[in-house]
Every structure is written in C-alpha cells, then in structure tokens.
Design a protein around this ligand. Structure first.
Ligand code: FAD
Ligand code: FES
Length: 250
C-alpha cells in the first residue's frame, strides 16, 4: 500500500535518535513485527531513494518509526515537523515467527532495537517469557534501563558486547528461541553461538535498498537452500531469515 500521511507526533530521544508517529488504522492493522516501510519525505527532499525503516511500535491506529540519524535521508527526516507529509510504502517484507509459551531472548545492537520493540510486545501477548539484551557504543545508544545493557565504552550497563556472557545466559535461562537485529558482525557471532547450542534463531538482515518490493534485486543476499547457495532479496524474501540459512562469509 502507498499512502501520503502527516506526522502526528515526534519524540526526540537524544541528538542521534528520534521517533516519528503517524496515525492510520488500515496500515496499523496490516503491519506485523519485523516488517518495514519505505519512507519518502515530501517537500524539498533531494534524495533519490526511499528509506527503509522498521515498524517500531503500534498502539491502536498509531504506528511509530524509531530512526537513527546516519546520512542525508535520515537527517532530513529528523528535521521534519508535526503536520509535514511523508509518502509511506508498505508494510513490506516478511515478519518474525512468533512462538507461544516459550522462553525467548531478544538481542539488539544500536538501532537494531527498533524492530524488536514491537516484537517484544507481541511475544508477551502470546504468553512467551522474554529476556532482552541490548548493546550500543555508548550511553546514547541505550533506550531502556530495565533490559540487560552493554556498552562498548562502559558508559552505561556492563562494559563489553552482547555476546560477552551469552553462552552462559542461554544455558542458565534455558532459552528456546532467539531473535536478533543489529550490525552484521554482531548477528554473525550470535548465530555461531546459538547454532552450537541448537537454538532456533531469527535474524533481521539489513542491506542497501532501492525498490523495496523485490524488483531491482539490489538488496540480494546469499541464502542456503537445500545445500545450495541462492540469492534472495532482503526486501521481499526477508528481512527475517533463520540464522542457519544465512551465508555470513560472502
Ligand atoms: C529492512 C530495513 C529496516 C531498517 N530499519 C531501520 C529503522 O527502524 N531505523 C533506522 O534508523 N534505520 C533503519 N534501517 C537503516 C536505514 O534504512 C538507513 O540507515 C538509511 O537508509 C540511511 O539513509 P541515509 O540517507 O540517512 O544515509 P545514506 O546517505 O544513504 O548513508 C550514509 C552512510 O550509511 C551507510 N549505510 C546506509 N544505509 C545502510 C545500510 N542499509 N546498511 C549498511 N550501511 C548503510 C552508508 O555506507 C553511508 O556511508 C533499516 C534498513 C533496512 C534495510
Ligand atoms: S530493494 Fe529492490 S529487490 Fe530489494
């Protein structure tokens, strides 16, 4: 679906992160955790491409998009005001597979927190018990003091990486399923650990995107299918893949 909608509310988290909220019942009803929208700001925007942004939260008919300022597009989005219009294409891509009554772990790095927030709510609705580990470079990359936080520089939570004590936590907590989103290297290391422990793991992959609907093939990644490596699109076949399928060392 494509809809041009005004920004309803903006929440500034800190100088790098902000959340844009829009209201639309139809889009809210169709959206599932793990899916994303391609955003195209209206007005003077000079960028060539839409920006893929995950669904951060849904409350009734309100959808939230948590965004980190990176380059031209996300900086442009950060300067928009309430009432400014954005062209939304979506919801796009597949979604996380949500179990019932399991002990699950979420592991995020930096802005990888965004898609896991809505997922965490849906997991709890399906009676799963959820443990969340989040890591960032420093304090400004930490969003919830109640989850298990790691920072690379030790400015908040434990000093280190989300993988620092992971094997032990998985074992002690008897985790049955892991969901992760963050830098590629972080997800690769997590996948190595969870594969060794035979824990079902879903990863949300990132890739440069153009069309967002499976046509241009610009976002292709190598995926293992029946002992063969084949190209799949992150925008249409993903962004969620089972970690066992991902060819990490391309
Ligand atoms: C499925 C999906 C969901 C996403 N969800 C979110 C989200 O919820 N919130 C959010 O803030 N961001 C999200 N992103 C990332 C976001 O789309 C990019 O940060 C954004 O497109 C950067 O655009 P820009 O114009 O600001 O920067 P650009 O000018 O396009 O790039 C700035 C720099 O960042 C690097 N870069 C840009 N995009 C990527 C990328 N996809 N992978 C690796 N390096 C990149 C480039 O190397 C470049 O040097 C998501 C990406 C995907 C594919
Ligand atoms: S972005 Fe065009 S195929 Fe994925």
């Amino acid at each position: 679906m494509q809809k041009i909608l005004p920004i309803n509310y903006i929440e500034k988290i800190n100088k790098d992160y902000f959340i844009i909220y829009i209201k639309n019942k139809e889009l809210a009803l169709k959206s599932k955790p793990g899916q994303f929208f391609e955003l195209l700001p209206m007005g003077n925007y000079k960028g060539l491409l839409r920006k893929p942004i995950s669904i951060y939260n849904i409350e009734n008919d309100t959808i939230g998009f948590m965004i980190k300022k990176i380059g031209y597009g996300t900086k442009y989005l950060s300067q928009l005001k309430v009432g400014d219009f954005i062209d939304f294409l979506g919801p796009l891509g597949n979604s996380f597979n949500i179990p019932m009554n399991q002990k699950v772990m979420l592991i995020s790095g930096g802005i990888g927190y965004a898609p896991l927030f809505y997922l965490s709510k849906e997991l709890k609705n399906k009676h799963n018990s959820v443990i969340w580990i989040h890591g960032g470079r420093s304090e400004k990359d930490i969003f919830d003091s109640n989850i298990m936080n790691y920072t690379n520089d030790g400015s908040y939570g434990k000093k280190g990486f989300v993988t620092s004590n992971l094997e032990k936590i998985l074992e002690v907590e008897k985790i049955e399923k892991v969901f992760t989103c963050g830098p590629q290297i972080m997800m690769k290391e997590i996948s190595k650990i969870t594969q060794k422990k035979e824990i079902n793991t879903e990863v949300s992959l990132e890739s440069y995107m153009a069309c967002g609907i499976g046509v241009c093939k610009g976002c292709s990644v190598l995926i293992k299918k029946n002992n063969e490596n084949v190209y799949k699109t992150v925008c249409k076949d993903g962004p969620i893949f089972n970690s066992k399928e991902v060819v990490w060392d391309e």
